[in-house]
Design a protein around this ligand. Structure first.
Ligand code: AMP
Length: 286
């Protein structure tokens, strides 16, 4: 396994591999790897000749009052995990090499970036789209792997790749969860014991919604209000948003149509930590 820090060197290596006819699988991450990341890495490992994992805590996607500084960065541990999973290259650039002083470009995926998490994190998805486009140009993957955990991010990246004719496939993998249902996240380490207990209310609220849909409750407002009721019973929890949207355009769905899919997405603050999760309903749960 090689660790490559310089974008120009990573790009040259990738170009050479592609000319030799190798398929490149790519898993972009911010590090602090857990089973969620590893599920993407394992899938990518199986499906490609070469596997590149990037580890980069992208300053462009953090707001001024967000956790850029305290975001966990256990690089030695990440390195060990990558080696064990058969990763060929860790791309591990410094912020100054991806964003030199005179860096001016941003990629905006209009409308999709302003809803759900975009409302309380202005500029976040521009930061995500911009860094992912750069990483795609550097790593030149045949397939890039993302998690359904960050549902809006996956929708935005898919749309960006399509709109800009990027020559790659985007694969989106299911959410990996802890035993009590909490979606794995690098931010779960911020939770103290009480908060960790309360955090299980996120998947519980999604399960409740799923149950209601199965019982033919179609009215999104009613479902959302039942979910809020449940979440508000936890002392440390406060709801940022709960939305029912269509999974491609992220537009609000007032009534869930059993024949088409709807995405129920939420963000909840547990103490100071903002957690997100989602579930797909309708279309017989597919
Ligand atoms: P991050 O390091 O948080 O930027 O995540 C890197 C990639 O891993 C993103 O595509 C995430 O959606 C994905 N990911 C993070 N947590 C999970 C999870 N619990 N299950 C599946 N994928 C995940």
């Amino acid at each position: 396994m090689k660790i490559v820090k310089r974008p120009d060197i990573m790009q040259r290596i990738a170009g050479r591999l592609k000319r030799r006819g190798k398929s490149i699988g790519f898993v972009p991450t911010m590090g602090a790897l857990h089973e969620g990341h590893l599920s993407l890495i394992r899938r990518a490992r199986r499906a490609n000749d070469i596997l590149v994992v990037s580890i980069f805590v992208n300053p462009l996607q953090f707001g001024p009052s967000e956790d850029l500084k305290r975001y966990p960065r256990p690089f030695e541990k990440d390195k060990k995990l990558c080696r064990k999973e058969g990763v060929d290259f860790i791309f591990y650039p410094g912020a100054e090499s991806l964003y030199p002083r005179d860096f001016k470009t941003r990629i905006a995926v209009n409308d999709l970036e302003d809803v759900l998490c975009g409302k309380s994190r202005p500029g976040h998805f521009r930061g995500v789209a911009t860094v992912v486009a750069k990483l795609f140009n550097i790593v030149q993957p045949d397939t890039a792997y993302f998690g359904q955990k960050d549902a809006q991010q996956a929708v935005i990246i898919r749309r960006m790749a399509r709109d800009l004719n990027m020559p790659l496939n985007i694969a989106v993998m299911p959410v990996v969860r802890e035993k009590d249902g909490l979606a794995m996240s690098s931010r779960n380490v911020y939770l103290d014991a009480d908060e960790r207990r309360d955090a299980a209310v996120l998947p519980q609220a999604l399960k409740l919604a799923e149950g209601l849909v199965k019982k033919n409750v179609r009215d999104s407002a009613k479902i959302v209000s039942k979910m809020k009721e449940l979440i508000q019973q936890r002392k440390t929890a406060s709801v940022d948003y709960i939305s029912v949207v269509d999974p491609d355009g992220l537009l609000p769905v007032r009534r869930i149509n059993p024949c088409s899919r709807a995405l129920i997405a939420l963000a909840v603050r547990i103490g100071r930590t903002r957690l997100i999760d989602n579930i797909m309903v309708g279309n017989k749960g597919r």
